[in-house]
Design a protein around this ligand. Structure first.
Ligand SMILES: Cc1cc2nc3c(=O)[nH]c(=O)nc-3n(C[C@H](O)[C@H](O)[C@H](O)COP(=O)(O)OP(=O)(O)OC[C@H]3O[C@@H](n4cnc5c(N)ncnc54)[C@H](O)[C@@H]3O)c2cc1C
Length: 487
């Protein structure tokens, strides 16, 4: 039983971008706020602490041209036309089935797009600065801006402000379950502190901002499948996000949203000890699996729009591993630095046969794979800086761009696996970040922001996760503070 009780106006679970935005926003609206945070003060901040925090905007004033379309196009499974016709109506008229449906609510997307400029300016008001990101990927279809200092600057800036204004953070404290009053309104959390000390942290509103379930091996296997063992978290922050926030809301009847069987995948070097060791050089070579075979079009289009699909194909190979094979001509790729984020050197050999031995691949098969690929390359204009249309002919899978023969030693290889950046499965919310139950109604006093708020299916709309956490965290904090005043 809980033996300590803490009382506040608003309780926030987690102190990444979503939790801190909620906490500071609630404070601004007069609330006494407590953050419950599993990690120590030095480690707190989950994924946000480690991210470069690219933001899919042209400037602080304008989201990318495809912003809403991309999210809506990746809006769910095969959705019934009848329900989608209803979704075009005023949400107040929506039937309960639609309100609780696992799909991307266009009103939530519109709120995200509309509130993004104001939210970034709000963050600027606390001292953060955003700049255009010049070369985010070897080739990119959409613009990005980035905060100076990345996600760490967001965590440090907002944590400092929150504490300066008298906010409370219970570090090394895990939120475990929700407390409801007799009417079903959420009025606090049961938590566990150091030494298994049990406590109740009570408030008039609770904002769940505790990230996804990528740090929970059992949930990963349950939802993603046994092959999840071949995934590695993109940062150490992933280990803190164990899904309790999602589970505690599902336990009291919250509706799920976002693709529980999927996740944001990004290619990484499994040898690397860095956060975010992304590997975007494969369009300039080929990818082979442990059987020494090609299995995917390595150059389907701009890297920022296609890397997740390519990474999912790497994940599907034996042991979830592939090798990117390059030849000496890779040296002439002008923007190599933006393509290789690992600190580990390539595996190098003067001949393909010797490279195969180092990779423990069958040399005859690797040689044949590369001979077949080379034979499918044709003359044309090669341009590593843009989608050049230099495509293979008569080979499956094709390589649609940057198809140059691999014929000049020394040959290089980088191992690549799929990382998990965050899980897609989360909670259904309305435009005010209020959690919706399976009957389609808001659960009084309960909010979700950040990775916890389910919004992604199929292909992640790149560079929107930090932004979504900030926008809906801020909204949730304000609404929870107003709720506390009204109670
Ligand atoms: C290397 C890397 C690069 C990335 N690049 C980008 C990018 O460029 N653009 C982008 O938009 N996104 C990017 N992402 C993703 C993005 O960083 C995250 O999705 C986002 O920051 C998540 O914010 P959050 O507040 O929801 O969760 P987090 O920042 O993960 O914070 C969750 C917090 O909750 C705490 N917590 C968890 N469970 C509990 C519990 N039960 N009780 C108490 N506390 C708990 C954790 O300790 C943590 O402090 C990247 C991620 C990584 C790792």
């Amino acid at each position: 039983m809980a033996n300590t009780e803490h009382n506040f106006d608003v309780v926030v679970i987690g102190s990444g971008v979503a939790g801190l935005s909620a906490a500071v926003s609630a404070q601004e609206h007069g609330a006494r706020v407590c953050i419950v945070e599993r990690a120590t003060a030095e480690e707190a901040g989950g994924n946000t602490r480690w991210t470069g925090s690219y933001i899919r905007m042209k400037s602080v004033d304008e989201v990318s041209d495809d912003f809403e379309d991309h999210l809506i196009a990746n809006g769910g499974g095969y959705l019934e036309p009848t329900l989608m016709a209803e979704a075009a109506r005023d949400p107040a008229q929506w039937p309960p089935t639609l309100r609780a449906l696992s799909f991307v609510d266009p009103n939530v997307v519109a709120r995200l797009a509309n509130d993004s400029p104001g939210t970034l300016k709000w963050l600027c008001g606390y001292g953060l600065q955003f700049f255009p990101l010049e070369v985010p990927f070897p080739t990119a279809a959409q613009p990005r801006i980035v905060p100076s200092g990345g996600g760490l600057a967001i965590v440090e800036t907002l944590s400092k402000k929150f504490l300066e204004k008298g906010g409370t953070v219970l570090y090394e404290t895990k939120a475990e379950s929700l407390i409801q009053n007799d009417e079903g309104a959420v009025c606090g959390v049961n938590a566990i502190g150091r030494g298994n000390k049990r406590m109740q942290v009570r408030g008039h509103g609770v904002v769940i901002a505790s990230g996804g379930f990528q740090g929970n091996a059992e949930m990963m296997t349950r939802y993603i499948g046994p092959r999840a063992l071949n995934l590695r978290g993109m940062s150490l922050g992933c280990h803190f996000n164990k899904g309790e926030g999602i589970q505690m809301a599902l336990d009291i009847g919250a509706a799920p949203c976002g693709d529980f069987g999927s996740f944001h995948a990004s290619p990484m070097d499994p040898r690397s000890n860095r956060a975010g060791p992304s590997m975007y050089m494969y369009p300039y070579g080929i990818l082979v699996n442990k059987e020494g075979q090609r299995f995917v079009d390595e150059g389907p289009g701009e890297t920022d729009e296609t890397y997740e699909r390519v990474t999912r194909r790497i994940f599907a190979q034996t042991d979830g591993l592939a090798y990117c094979i390059l030849d000496a001509k890779f040296a002439d790729v002008p923007n190599k630095q933006s393509a290789i984020k690992t600190e580990q050197p390539p595996i190098e050999a003067p001949t393909l046969r010797e490279l195969a031995a180092k990779l423990e691949l069958q040399a005859d098969i690797l040689e044949k794979t590369i001979a077949d690929y080379n034979a499918a390359c044709v003359a044309g204009t090669y341009d590593p800086r843009r989608v050049d249309g230099l495509s293979t002919r008569g080979i499956t899978p094709p390589k649609s761009n940057w198809a140059r023969p691999l014929d000049q030693g020394p040959f290089l290889a980088y191992p690549i696996i799929s990382s998990i950046v965050f899980t897609f499965g989360g909670l259904k919310t309305d435009t005010t970040a209020r959690v919706i139950n399976t009957q389609g109604d808001a659960i009084p006093g309960l909010y979700a922001a950040g990775e916890v708020q389910g919004l992604y299916y199929h292909n992640y709309t790149g560079a929107t996760s930090v932004l979504k956490g900030a926008v809906f965290g801020r909204i949730a904090g304000q609404d929870a503070a107003e709720l506390a005043k009204a109670d």
